[in-house]
Design a protein around this ligand. Sequence first.
Ligand code: F6R
Length: 609
Amino acid sequence: MCGIIGYTGSQSALPILLDGLSRMEYRGYDSAGVAVLCDGKIEVEKAHGRLQNLIEKTGDGHALPGFAGIGHTRWATHGAPNDINSHPHVSGDGRFAIVHNGIIENFAELKAELEARGHTFVSETDTEVVAHLIESYYKGDFKAAVMKAVSRLEGAYALGIVCADHPGTVFGVSKAAPLIVGLGIGENFFASDVTALVSYTKNVIYLNDGEFAEVRSDDVVVYNEIGRPVEKTVSRVAWSIEAAEKGGYEHFMLKEIMEQPAAVKEAIAPRIKGGEIVLDDFELSAEELKKIRKIVITACGSAYHAGCCGRYAIESLTRIPVEVKLASEFRYEDPIIDEHTLMIIVSQSGETADTKAALEEGRRRGASVLAIVNVVGSTIARLADHVLYEWAGPEIAVATTKGFTTQLVLLYLFALYAAKKLKKLDDFEYARLLGEICSLPKRIQNAIDLNGQVIPRLAEKYHNKGSIFFIGRNTDYAVALEGALKMKEISYIHAESYAAGELKHGTIALIDDGTPVVAVCCNESLLEKTANNILEVKARGAEVLALSFRENREIIAQADDVLFVPKTETVFSPAVAVIPLQLLAYYVARANGCDIDKPKNLAKSVTVE
Ligand code: F6R
């Protein structure tokens, strides 16, 4: 949602805060702001719009001298994205400044209470209330005032706080929202995301739910909810800053598309030992698997689509029924879940509020939980019984690509692992399918190579269309869902996906002369059926862009344009078929001059319901 950062040390704070914010801008880009402690006073600067506005307003980071401060990049929830509502927010007496990621659910009630006690507010935000609340409890002890105020807050949030009376201290609070402390030499940090820290330090502490960090240049103390110091493990970040930079690509999204062969390999290779799938540090025995009566995959957006694709692999290999549920709907459905249910929670960020709520609901009803997550130490990873990390490295573009394909391969590995344990296939078939999974990085590379030159030209044909339809059946339909989402979110072209057989039940009324239809035709057993659907839309004037393999003569003959992918085992084919659709969305958005890495109204990690 938003990104927050804190710094204290021997260097000038402002350039470090701005650099950290630039690496977290993907989390929110409606406005940005900083507060720096200068000569016993808090100096605040804010600017609505992109971070660049703030950088310019602060003379490239030279305007505010001082060695400690906090910063924020915002995705607006309470109040319009203008300068007044931008963070940091300051207490009435100017003694405290605060940055905040998340939501304070009881802010209206606290605001009324504080107003009755004479406090006046300038913004519409929930955050300003926290600054005033801390002020109201302050009697000279910074930590005590923060703790007292936080004990009154309801919601999920991370906070960064400075106090004019304590110029070398920055306070971080984590309540069901991520906050990571970075440990330097003579300087220390905190941030919502390790990407803001890795160019300064790789030694980090992940704060748990309800913990506070009192951060000084030479010391960090972490406290639990009741204010007792806790021993924390220092973790080492496994990737370098280059992973979070564009490395010569025009956009992070293109870089991340191109990284997929390596990312998928990184997700698969360490999990295969001596020809067997090894699921990290846990094992599910045949007995445990036999007790599972159904699997429920829950997620949002693209991660939900990964679940839709993965369902086919799990059901066909294990014969365990799988339901795929939108996390935002799940908890309101009175879901039929019990101790015989395995929930698979899929989330790149590991912070999505709806997905986390679904996890908690499933847990409450007795299900065991396996999480597929990319961000190490994230909330969902910490709440699950078992975690499979995607090992995709940092994903910066708001639209997910390598996050999605690594989720897919982990679902495939899980499916094959469970099928073997349940003796649903013989050794020969197991080895063959494992070989198919291991060949996915090569096939993904092939899908990039086959289309890298063609798609930019095709994008010229499609970029000014008002609407694009994506169709497919079975696994191809699951891919069409993701293809349409990619297209709409970054190019702003209306795009819808339909199960190809459903068109004639209504939607075909929208197909007219020149309507673009992308037909995904990679599921070998259904090619003939999809070919008929292509004929149906062509008969109404549609222009068909088919996605298939070279051997598929019939579809090639019918389509106006074709994107090729290498033939792949059907249940694993979404991991390959999605690649040209990612590239198509990318180049169409580029032709439309869209801000590809930061699409309008979106944020990378959606930590509100
Ligand atoms: C689309 C996209 C989103 C996310 C969704 C879930 O490109 O990135 O639809 O997939 O917001 O996010 P995570 O996986 O972080 O839970």
